[in-house]
Design a binder for this molecule. Structure first.
Ligand code: ADP
Length: 577
């Protein structure tokens, strides 16, 4: 590729060279022509002058005429020769006898008129007849050599070539500088354009001046700036989209038209336990887990229809997912597929919990209702005639209805605590007074069961609590401790101040809770020993209520237990809510 710089410099050189050379040739030719013209005229005039003025009377003496020819020749700077009418040479300024009449002399003698100058053998020749008394008595022949003219012209040519070389040198240097200035800007613009193509959009052209190249530079800068803005905006929205995709709770999988996995977000990784980096760029057919996902993707890509399916996962943990498959038509070479996975596990679990709860409530209600109905029917069937039986059955009916009342009361309580409207009635109280007061209501019953009850409160302090609710917590835990602790056992309640919080614990030396049941005892209606618990009159809701109340106080509940040794419930409450 010939560079622009070379081309501009070449053009300048060509133009200047052509102009100088053309002018030189023209001047040289003009010079030569005008020189020859003026010489011709001079030669003819001088010939005429000589023909008029030469003393022909002396023609009898040839030696004298030779001397005259020499004088004339020297004076005029020409070669002068004189001829008689017969064409014989009478004298020559060169001193060399002319061999005979030449064509011009002959013509002049014949015509009796001057012969116009003739160019021959690098010289101009003319002959003028000498006329005396109307007779041609001889002729004057003049010759002017053009060697001098040619030498002068040679000097012109030499000056011309020298001038040309100098002009070339100057033109080359100046042309190169001018072209350099133009091309440097163009090279810079080109470099910026190349950088832009290679995504280096921060590069700019240093614009100087106000010419076309500067305008081009400014246009390129504007283009680079606008591109940079667009790319940054694109990147920003890409980042935004990326963070939405990465933080969304639904799993996302994107398969392109060639069947390669292009995207799998963090939620997908978590749901399926597969790192996204292991999937990216791989064929979706490699997705063997869950086994029917690849089949679904294939079906969606082939049909081009939206699909919705439930997928049951067992690994890394049991989950119920809903897969929503949509065809992606934007792909050029076919249909891609976007799969969004919604985790339905919690919803399904909640639904199950509700079903279980309804079943549990029905079951819990059914037992006392059946019992009441059975005893009432038996009494009506005649048993009421016997006063002892009547009293016994009525007592059972009363106990069962009390149990029903407790159950309904607990259920109402639980639903109230769980409702959004539930608020604690907070007040700052003396914790030791509160605890001792609550324990007092249980004291007699506990002692009646032959158990010992101790209260430990190392220091008095205040805390912000809902008095009734904390009392409810204590009563629930104490009644459990009483029920699940055999005779002779010990129950201990302890309240102490901690660092920014206070700790309340209820400990017994009872039957304890097996480790596998510990995580579930706070569930509604969960009982470790079902027969015993029901026999104890418990509703199975006590600990669920305790847990909710502790959490409502922004507290933490913990349970420690050893089978056969005892159980300890520990609660931590903030001193101020
Ligand atoms: P219940 O009314 O049956 O006592 P809770 O919700 O209060 O219901 O307790 C749930 C279960 O936890 C009980 O059935 C019992 O098996 C176990 N439990 C609770 N407190 C104790 C304790 N102090 N010692 C042993 N087991 C306990």
């Amino acid at each position: 590729m010939r560079s622009l710089r070379t081309r501009i410099t070449g053009s300048i050189l060509f133009l200047i060279g052509g102009a100088v050379l053309g002018t030189g040739i023209f001047v040289a030719l003009l010079l030569k022509t005008s020189y020859i013209d003026s010489l011709t005229e001079r030669l003819e005039k001088e010939g005429k002058l000589l023909a008029e003025t030469v003393d022909w009377s002396a023609s009898a003496k040839p030696g004298e005429l030779t001397g005259k020819a020499e004088v004339y020749g020297r004076a005029l700077g020409l070669r002068v020769a004189l001829f008689d009418s017969a064409g014989n040479n009478l004298g020559d300024s060169t001193g060399v006898a002319h061999p005979g009449a030449n064509p011009e002399v002959r013509k002049a003698l014949d015509t009796g008129k001057p012969v116009p100058s003739v160019y021959r053998n690098e010289a101009l020749h003319t002959a003028v007849p000498v006329i005396r008394d109307g007779r041609v008595v001889g002729a004057v022949w003049l010759t002017k050599s053009l060697t001098e003219v040619n030498r002068s012209l040679g000097q012109v040519w030499f000056s011309l070539i020298l001038g040309l070389i100098i002009a070339y040198g100057i033109a080359g240097f100046a042309g190169s500088r001018i072209a350099g200035r133009v091309t440097r800007s163009l090279e810079e613009i080109t470099q910026v354009a190349v950088d832009m193509a290679q995504k280096r959009l921060y590069r700019r052209v240093a614009v100087n001046g106000d010419d076309e190249v500067a305008s081009l530079g400014r246009a390129i800068n504007r283009m680079a700036y606008s591109l940079q803005q667009q790319v940054e905006e694109l990147r920003r929205s890409e980042r935004r989209l990326g963070s939405v995709i990465e933080t969304m709770e639904s799993g996302l999988l994107m398969v392109d038209a060639t069947g390669r996995i292009r995207l799998a977000n963090r939620a997908f990784e978590k749901m399926f336990g597969i790192p996204a980096s292991d999937l990216r760029g791989k064929s979706f057919e490699r997705l063997t887990h869950p086994y029917d996902l690849a089949v679904l993707i294939k079906e969606c890509a082939e049909s081009g229809l939206q699909m919705r399916r439930e997928i049951h996962l067992y690994y890394p943990e049991e989950r119920m997912l809903q897969a929503h498959l949509s065809p992606m038509w934007a792909e050029k070479s076919g249909i891609g597929v976007v799969v969004v996975f919604h985790d339905l596990t919690a919803i399904r679990r909640l639904e199950q919990l509700r079903r279980d709860f309804v079943a549990n409530v029905s079951h819990e209600l059914k037992t006392p209702v059946t019992s009441i109905r059975g005893f009432a029917e038996t009494l009506l069937d005649g048993a009421m005639e016997d006063t002892r039986t009547l009293r016994e059955f009525l007592t059972i009916i009363l106990e069962e209805s009390l149990r029903l009342e407790r159950l309904v009361g607990d259920l109402l309580d639980l639903s109230r605590i769980e409702s959004k409207q539930f608020r604690l009635e907070l007040e700052t109280v003396q914790v030791d007074e509160l605890v001792r007061g609550a324990v007092k209501t249980m004291e007699d019953r506990i002692r009646a069961k032959g158990q010992t009850l101790t209260v430990e409160i190392p220091e008095t302090f205040q805390a912000e609590v809902d008095v009734d609710r904390v009392r409810q917590i204590l009563l629930n835990l104490l009644s459990n401790a009483m029920v699940y602790t055999p005779e002779g056992g010990a129950i201990r309640v302890r309240a102490e101040r901690g660092d920014g919080d206070w700790i309340l614990s209820v400990e017994d030396t009872g039957v304890g809770i097996p480790p596998e049941d510990l995580p579930r005892i706070f569930e509604r209606f969960y009982r470790v020993d079902k027969a015993r618990a029901r026999h104890s009159g418990g509703t199975g809701l006590g600990l669920a209520i305790v847990k909710h109340l502790v959490e409502a106080h922004r507290g933490k509940l913990e349970v420690k237990s050893r089978l056969g040794e005892g159980t300890m419930f520990i609660m931590r409450f903030p001193l101020n809510q």
